[in-house]
Design a protein. Structure first.
Length: 152
């Protein structure tokens, strides 16, 4: 059985400095900044941009993340791979069922399913997907037990 996907939520890229990359997306593509966030515990900061569809309405979001400090997982990623695609986030109706569906295909999800603020998430390792980290999440009705609020 395949994993049920509701929609592409966002694509995330890692860079050394958000403000150095941001003009490409805002000036060249005309995307609008939707909000900024910072996660000191995990060691990264980010900006979220709205990506409009043909009708001008937001169809998805683009996230740009940068490391806070030299020991964060984003700094390690950038040292090993350089700037570029970090992950693709897909919304699923049920994170536990998504995890079961992955296991049915011989793929063991990592990092979950776990509750992080008002979503439940899990990840598909790039080794299982041909090189792309996928984050699958289920939107919850109530905030969960740990984590920072989602980006504004």
């Amino acid at each position: 059985m395949p994993v049920r996907i509701k929609r592409v939520d966002h694509v995330s890229m890692a860079v050394w400095k958000i403000d150095d990359q941001l003009p490409f997306f805002t000036d060249v593509f005309g995307w609008k900044e939707a909000g900024r966030f910072r996660n000191d515990e995990a060691g990264f900061a980010g900006v979220v941009l709205d990506v409009p569809g043909a009708d001008g309405q937001r169809q998805m979001q683009w996230e740009i993340i940068e490391p806070i400090g030299d020991d964060s997982f984003i700094a390690k990623f950038l040292r090993e791979r350089g700037p570029g695609l970090h992950h693709v986030t897909l919304e699923v109706p049920d994170a536990d069922r998504a995890a079961d569906a992955l296991r049915g295909h011989g793929i063991e999800p990592f990092g979950g399913p776990r509750v992080a603020y008002d979503w439940k998430e899990l990840f598909v390792h790039p080794k299982s997907s041909g090189g792309v980290l996928f984050q699958l999440y289920e939107q919850l009705d109530e905030p969960g037990s740990f984590g920072e609020p989602p980006p504004a």
